[in-house]
Design a protein around this ligand. Structure first.
Ligand SMILES: [Zn+2]
Length: 302
């Protein structure tokens, strides 16, 4: 996001201020000791930009994502009973598959980066408390029950999900439906403390944020963001459309954010993504045995 913003006109004072803020994000530190001291000062591991989600077992992941909700005081602010929150998170964790990349670790990783962008990146100033609640929920649920296959594969192989969602944002609509089914169950409904109007707004935002993770929409969303900043008009907390654009951008930055981690933390994620892609190629080989791709894929797996 930093490069995207830097590439826009520097003439707007507000934009220059934002550029200046981004140049110091993540906050400059002199040494590892300083980084540790900063995190100690903040007293929460979930704000650490070098946080290594892959180093934690599933049980710990649940504690980490609960920390994210607690840090933002979402249970108190939105009246989420503790047992409902924990059941919701457990159900979400169970619904993630053991894919190399699109698994519960990725969901927690995205939630942790989202929190860091909100707090350390100060993006939180743009949003309402309800926006923040929905954004964290979207981060945790945005790939739930991912089959480890991408939209193109599902469409080209006439997968039932592609038929169900008319070949359009197939996975994202499915993740949204799974999330909706959990919110429709009183045992796991973390939106239970919202008023009717808040719930309608939350569901609308949740849909738009999760759908924004479809990379087919990447150019459309980033073009709008780029043009908006280039016009010299800052996003305003008072305008819902602006907040939604900001929510989509934070979600996208978080979803793709592992590449911005320190090398030793981010690199394993790239290997995992490659592994998942290769497995998809090998699965596709059953449909097209004449393709040369499977042998190339096996070579990469060695
Ligand atoms: Zn994702």
């Amino acid at each position: 996001m930093t490069e995207l913003i830097k590439s826009t006109s520097p003439s707007c004072p507000q934009l220059m201020s934002l550029n200046s803020a981004l140049e110091t994000f993540p906050p400059a530190v002199e040494s590892c000791e300083d980084e540790v001291a900063l995190c100690d000062l903040l007293n929460v591991r979930t704000l650490d930009w070098g946080f290594d989600t892959l180093a934690h077992p599933t049980d710990d992941l649940l504690a980490i994502v609960t920390e994210v909700f607690d840090y933002l005081e979402l249970p108190v602010r939105f009246g989420i009973p503790r047992d409902v929150l924990l059941r919701f998170l457990e159900q979400v964790a169970e619904r993630y598959n053991e894919n190399p990349y699109h698994n519960f670790s990725h969901a927690v990783d995205v939630a942790q980066i989202t929190l860091a962008l909100l707090v350390r990146g100060e993006a939180i100033d743009l949003f309402t408390e309800l926006d923040v609640f929905v954004l964290i929920t979207a981060a945790v649920c945005h790939d739930v029950d991912h089959p480890g296959l991408n939209n193109s594969y599902l469409v080209n192989t006439r997968h039932p999900l592609a038929t169900q969602y008319n070949d359009s944002s197939v996975l994202e609509k499915y993740h949204l439906d799974v999330t909706g089914s959990l919110l429709a169950d009183s045992q796991t409904d973390i939106f239970c403390g919202l008023s009717h109007s808040e719930r309608l707004e939350a569901w609308n935002s949740l849909q738009q944020i999760i759908l924004a993770t479809d990379m087919a929409l990447h150019k459309e969303i980033t073009d709008e963001f780029r043009e908006r900043l280039g016009s010299g008009s800052m996003l305003s907390r008072r305008r819902q459309h602006d907040r939604l654009l900001g929510l989509k951008m934070v979600m996208k930055c978080a979803d793709l954010g592992n590449v911005t981690r320190p090398w030793e933390v981010g690199m394993p994620w790239s290997h995992k993504l490659a592994e998942e892609c290769i497995l998809q190629v090998l699965l596709g080989a059953a449909l097209d045995p004449s393709s040369a791709a499977p042998s190339l894929a096996r070579a990469h797996l060695r």
